[in-house]
Structures are given as C-alpha cells and as structure tokens.
Design a binder for this molecule. Structure first.
Ligand code: MIC
Ligand code: SF4
Length: 644
C-alpha cells in the first residue's frame, strides 16, 4: 500500500510507536521555531533541562509578537531570548525581520523535513512540503534538546483542487471554502493534504496561506506536494539545493476526500466570531466598515501586498476607514520599497506598521467601539482585536483593498479585470537580521540577561489520591485559548510573569474567575466541545495550573491544548455522554475517588456531584507516557526524573 505525503515524512522521522491511526507516535524533529510571546517560557524550560546546545538541525528564535514596547517588559524578554539563543546554538531573528512563519517559509523551510514551533500556525511551512506542527513551548524545548515530539498518528484528509482561481479570487477564499465545509472541528486528528491538478496553479505563498489556516480547522497539520512550483520558489530564494520532490503515492489511501473546484469559488468572508462562519462577500455588499487590516502570517507575502498596492495605486482610502498594512518580512518590505509599491500604499493613505504580528494579536490598531473591521488574518475570536464589541471579518487581500477604497463591503470580482502580478524570479536575499549563535567553544562566554519581569515557572504536583474539589468554572463550546489566556497590549508583556498573567485568566468569559479560583484554592473546569482551540500558548495551561486547576472536564478537546494540559500536570477528561454536561453547575462540589489510581491505570473515572448526587463518567484517553507525565506532575518533573 502506498503512502501519502505526510505518511512518508512521518515514516522517515518515526522514533517511537507504530504508524497506526489514533496511536501515539514520537517523531524526530529537524527544525524548531519559537516566537517571543511563547519563546521566553520555552527557553526558560530549555534552560531548566540543563542541556548545553540544541540538538536539532536548525532552531530559530523570532521576535515578532510583542513588539509594542510600552514598558520595559517586552524589551527585556527580547534581550533574554537574544542572549539565551546565542548561548545555546539558536539563530535569532531580530525584531524588524518579520513574522516567524513568513520568514521561516522564505529562508529556512525545507520539503520533506519536520518542524515544530511554539505557535499554532507552524503548519504554514506545509506550503513548501514541510511537515510543521504547532506545539507548546515545553514540547519545543524538549525537541531542541533532541527529544521526540509526540502526536497521535493522524488520519489523512485529501482535498483535491481542480480548475484555476478566477480573477480577484484568492488562496484565502480557498481555505475559507474548506473551513465552511469542514468547520473549526473538521480537521481534528487529521493532516490535510492538498492534491490534484489545481495545485500547480498555486504559488508557494498561496499554498502557505492555505496551510496556515489549517490551524483553524483544528488540523494536526496541512501539507502540499513539493513540485516544480516549489523548486522555482526555492530557486528564487537562492535555496535550490533544499529542493526535494515529494508527492503522495498513487495508491495511497485517505480517510476522507473532498474536491474544491477553484474556478467556481467566489470571494468569501468569515463572519464574527469564528473562522468557520463563512459567507460570500457579496451577501454583505454595501455594509459600512470602519477598519481594514492587511498582513499577518496568513496574507503578508510579496504576492499579497503587490496585489493590494496595484489595487490602491492612484486611489484614496475611504474617509471612514482606517487601513493598516503590516508586511510579513523584511524581504517583502524592502522589495515593496524598491519597486515603488510601498509609495503607492502610503500615498493611498495606508498606515504602514512594522513587519510583525501587530493587530492580529491585538498589539495595537484595535477597532473603534462596535466597529466593523475587515482583516486578512486567520482568527476573529471574540475580543482578540482588543475591542470586545467589534465585529471582525476575515477576508482576502483583494476584498480588503476593494472595501478599504469603497468604505463598504465590496466583492472585488465586481471590479472587472484583476491586475496581473508577476512573482519575482529572484527575491532580495539579505539575512543580516538573523544573528548566528556563538561557536560551541565560546558559548561559556555568553551571559544570559534576565529582566525583573521574568518570574519562576509554576511546577505541577502529583495528583491527589482522591480528588475533592469545586467546579470553579463552567464554560460552553469552542472555548479558545484567547478566552482562557487573552493576549493584546495589556496582557502580552506578562508572558514570562505567570502570577501577574493570572489576573487576566478567563476574564473574557468571567471577570471574577481569577479571584474565585484563588480563594477556593483551585478546582476543576467544565468545558463544552473543542475546548482550547486556537493558539498553542501553553500559558492557557500554565496559568490555570498556577490558579490550582487540577483537571478539565470537557465534551472534547483541541489537540495542542490537551497536550499542554498534560505537560503541566492537569488531567484532561472527556465526558462519555455529552448530555452529562447539564448535570453540573458552577460552584458544585465534585468528587473523584481514587483519582491518582485512575490516572495510573484506568480508562474512565466517575465524577460525583456532591451537591446533587448526580454522577457522570469521563474518559481518560491517555498513552502510557502521558499517564507517567501526569503522575509526575507534568513534563518538566517527568523529564528531570528520567534524567536522574
Ligand atoms: C496566535 O495567533 O494566537 C498566536 C499569538 O500566534 C499564538 C501564540 C501565542 O499565543 O503566543 C498561536 O497561534 O499559537
Ligand atoms: Fe502572529 Fe497572528 Fe500569525 Fe499568530 S496568527 S503568528 S499572532 S500573525
């Protein structure tokens, strides 16, 4: 039987386990990346492991998220990451060099290799045929130390692309179409593989837009074949030698298959507050808008911004609209400047932001009260923009530009013929903002600088024999990590200060939660379906740990978050019968007899509501390794125990 693309890469990197769907497997990781909002924690954990030098082929630390420096905190964290990277063999992409996924795609991604990153959009690299996974910082730290990265052997969903995109319809519309079909839960446990004749018509940056938003499907990863188009891109990036051809075998089999005919697609938008709430742009035509943001790791490539520049040339952004543009990388930014496109953007009235995540993570550019914001980003979760009552719509760069000029939702296909954009056959190559690490013999001379904002990391404890506690919070379906641990200008500076960060935990849902959890000494959280979707931020587990959360019971969990919970010693338990959710109310007393023993050896536990006497069964779907981690009180303790 033949292999799919992902299966081939997995087979080449398999360290533990068997390639049987649903079983846990351990993979050798070739490359890692971190960004600054998760990186500080990842490197603190790497240091705690006591390993001198990274063991990967390549590890890169990017500074792209926390670039608004309203106090000393972010700047201190950047300095810490710069020095720790220099000491331990990690390349450092300086602030100003661009968004991690865009820069990695341009300069380091390699078909056929594995990559994990402490950021959920790491599968962006699938656009070049690399198998990328978003992971918690601790998992990245372990991989940097040469340890395996564990995932559940995925099922494979094949999305066959046929035809060619019409004028003004773009890669963003392809992934929005897939999100409409599969929803934010449809990719759970799966790798999405793109195939078919339509693949050839898409450039690598377009493919990367599609794999990037596979994260929004809940997918483990997404990947395209590595073909002539990939080769051309690598050649234009001066890296032709990194090319390897990679296709699925013709007799490979798939768990699910879908076809998307590119030629029938229309401009789409994801309406508030979920990336799968997709409608045609035309259905909103004429609706007034206040803000447009173009950029993010999804849509900030040369292709995207050249298209926008052509559409804005000689025009003026509508007076009711504020337009921001954040180029994805220094390469993109410099090339836009050199070819004059930047001047076209500036003169149309675009507010040019630095090449970083910016408004995508709520770092400035929050919309006005009850504002309507069109963004080329990948997430429109409630409050993520920094304005809780704003309505954020996800759109393509083409829809964004057309609407920015008109001041109302505008379907760009109504504009007639689209501008023709030629992608460069040679990109501007200058890696001067990527600092190399110290030579191994000099690493002892590097002094790691730590600011006062870096506070000790909470460490988990072994589970209690019997768990008697309180249901400290009950929440609904599709809770994102932005609900659990919000980001934005006010909160992000505290990513290395868990006590301070804890004041913001779950406040989007319930402002009283942090105080209540503290006064009760913690407890259990009850969630609905797809609990923990979105970002890879391990703070969404680390902070609940600090607040005393012992277990999370939910109807179902998102992949990265469940791994983070286990890494920090919080037991994830899945309700056997989703209706039992209704048998529990916030504030109820809970009891799980023989809790520790259940974690050691049982598949299920009985949860007793000590207020009402109601009972519910919950599954402990854990591998033997995960059980040991929970029994040790988390992965750091487990790794230390293994070392001794
Ligand atoms: C995001 O898009 O939500 C982030 C910010 O990039 C996160 C990482 C983080 O929270 O630091 C992600 O996607 O993992
Ligand atoms: Fe940055 Fe936004 Fe991409 Fe996250 S999704 S890495 S915040 S640009």
């Amino acid at each position: 039987m033949g292999y799919t693309i992902a299966q081939k890469i997995i087979k080449d990197h398999l360290l533990y386990g068997e390639m049987i769907k649903g079983r846990e497997i351990g993979l050798r990781i070739d490359q890692t990346l971190t960004q600054d909002a998760t990186g500080t924690m990842a490197y603190l954990q790497f240091e705690a492991m006591g390993i001198d030098r990274v063991k990967t082929e390549l590890s890169v630390a990017y500074i792209d998220h926390n670039t608004l420096q309203a106090g000393f905190e972010n700047a201190d964290d950047h300095r810490y990451i710069q020095t720790v990277a220099k000491k331990h063999g990690i390349r450092f992409s300086r602030p100003g060099n661009g968004i991690c996924h865009q820069v990695h795609l341009e300069r380091f991604s390699r078909p056929g290799k594995t990559l994990i990153g402490s950021d959920s959009h790491t599968p962006t690299a699938g656009g070049i045929g690399m198998l990328g996974f978003g992971a918690g910082g601790l998992d990245v730290a372990v991989a940097m130390g040469g340890g395996a990265y564990y995932i559940t052997m995925p099922r494979i969903i094949r999305v066959k692309l046929t035809g060619r995109l019409p004028d003004y319809v773009s890669a963003k519309d392809v992934i929005l179409e897939v999100l409409k079909k599969l929803t934010v839960k449809g990719g759970v446990g799966a790798v999405i593989e793109y195939a078919g004749e339509g693949v050839k018509t898409l450039s690598v940056p377009q493919r990367a837009t599609i794999t990037n938003m596979g994260a929004e499907l809940g997918a483990t990863s997404s990947i395209f074949p590595s073909d002539e188009v990939t080769k051309e891109f690598l050649k234009a990036q001066g890296r032709e030698e990194d090319y390897v051809e990679l296709f699925a075998d013709t007799d490979a089999t798939y768990d699910e298959e879908y076809t998307v005919d590119l030629s029938t697609l229309v401009p789409l938008t994801a309406c508030p507050h979920s990336p799968d709430n997709v409608k045609p742009v035309s259905s909103l035509s004429g609706t007034a808008i206040n803000q447009v943001c173009i950029g993010s790791c999804t849509n900030s490539s040369m292709l995207d911004l050249l298209t926008v520049a052509k559409m804005l040339k000689g025009k003026t952004v509508h007076p009711n609209v504020s337009l921001s543009i954040s180029p994805g990388s220094k390469q993109v930014y410099t090339m836009l400047a050199e070819c004059g496109a930047l001047a076209d953007l500036i003169s149309a009235g675009a507010r040019i932001l630095e090449c970083a995540c910016g408004p995508c993570i709520g770092m400035g550019f929050s919309p006005q009260s009850a504002g309507v914001s069109l963004r080329t980003f990948n997430r429109n979760f409630l409050a993520r923009s920094g304005t809780k009552d704003a309505s954020v719509y996800l759109v393509s760069p083409e829809t964004a530009a057309a609407s920015a000029i008109a001041g109302v939702f505008t379907d760009p296909t109504t504009l007639g013929q689209a501008p023709k954009i030629e992608l460069p056959t040679k990109y501007l190559l200058n890696d001067n903002l990527i600092e190399l690490p110290a030579e191994p013999e000099r690493m002892g001379q590097v002094c790691v600088e730590r600011g006062p904002n870096i506070k000790p990391i909470p460490v988990g404890k072994a589970p209690e024999k019997d768990l008697r506690t309180t249901l400290v919070l009950k929440v609904g379906d599709d809770i994102t990590t932005d609900h659990i641990m919000p980001a934005g200008t006010k909160v992000l500076p505290y990513r290395s200060n868990v006590p301070k960060l804890s004041e913001f935990c779950f406040t989007v849902c319930d402002p009283a939660f942090p105080e209540r959890a503290k006064s009760l000494g913690g407890g259990v959280i009850l969630g609905g379906a797809n609990y923990g979707q979105g970002s890879s931020r391990e703070h969404a587990a680390l902070v609940p740990l600090y607040l005393g959360i012992k277990a999370v019971v939910a109807k179902s969990f998102a992949r990265i978050h469940v791994a983070n919970l286990i890494n920090f010693g919080i037991a994830p338990m899945t309700l056997e019968n989703a209706d039992d959710y209704d048998r529990f109310s916030q504030g109820d007393g809970l009891e799980i007899v023989d809790f520790a023993e259940a974690i050691r050896s049982k598949e299920r536990v009985e949860i007793i509501n000590t207020n009402t006497g109601a009972k519910a069964n919950a599954r402990l779907t854990l591998s033997a390794r995960q059980r040991e981690i929970l029994l040790a009180g988390g992965l750091l303790n487990y790794t230390r125990l293994k070392k001794d």
